[in-house]
Design a protein around this ligand. Structure first.
Ligand code: BDE
Length: 148
C-alpha cells in the first residue's frame, strides 16, 4: 500500500467507523517498528457537544483511543501472512501504562501520533506512543495489544 494511507485504506484495516474512527491519515510506516498517523480535530467532532459546552476540549481518553487506533494499524499491517490465515486475527488493547495528559487539545489542532514498538511477541505487543500538537507532546502512553 502506498503512503499516505487515507480514509479509503484505513477503513479496510480498522473496524472503527464514524463517530469512533479517529485516524485520518498514516504518513509513515515501518512494518514491525514504527508508525506515524494524523488526526485533524474539527469543531464538528460529536464529543465537543458535551466536553465541554462552550469550552471544547478533546477528551484525553479519546486522544489515547486515537493513538491506539494508529497502533492498531501498525500491528495489523505487521502481522505475518501465516498468522492471518488462522482465526479472526483481531487485535485488541489489553493494558495501558504511563499515561500522561500534558496539554489540552482544541478544535483546529492537528495531532501527530508517533508509536514505536517496544516489545514484540507473537501474541503481545507493547508500543510507546506520543500525541504531538505543534511539535509539543500533548499526551503519551505505553499501550499493550494482544493479537488473537
Ligand atoms: C491540561 C492538560 C491536559 N489536558 C487538559 C488540560 C486542561 O487544561 N483542561 N482543561 C479543562 C477545562 C475544563 C473546563 Br469545564 C473549564 O471551564 C476550563 Br477553564 C478548563 O481548562
Amino acid at each position: 500500500m502506498d503512503l499516505p494511507l487515507t480514509y479509503k485504506d484505513i477503513i479496510k484495516i480498522l473496524p472503527h467507523r464514524h463517530p469512533f474512527l479517529f485516524v485520518d491519515m498514516i504518513t509513515e510506516l515501518e512494518l514491525g517498528e514504527r508508525v506515524v498517523g494524523i488526526k485533524n480535530v474539527t469543531i464538528n467532532e460529536p464529543f465537543f457537544m458535551g466536553h465541554f459546552p462552550g469550552k471544547p476540549i478533546m477528551p484525553g481518553v479519546l486522544v489515547i483511543e486515537a493513538m491506539a487506533q494508529v497502533g492498531g494499524i501498525l500491528a495489523k499491517l505487521s502481522q505475518p501472512e501465516s498468522m492471518k490465515k488462522k482465526g479472526d486475527n483481531a487485535i485488541y488493547f489489553v493494558a495501558m501504562d504511563k499515561v500522561r495528559f500534558r496539554k489540552p487539545i482544541f478544535p483546529g489542532d492537528q495531532i501527530h501520533f508517533e508509536l514505536t514498538a517496544m516489545r514484540k511477541g507473537s501474541r503481545i505487543w507493547k508500543m510507546k506512543g506520543k500525541a504531538m500538537v505543534n511539535k509539543k507532546v500533548a499526551a503519551e502512553a505505553e499501550l499493550v495489544a494482544a493479537i488473537k
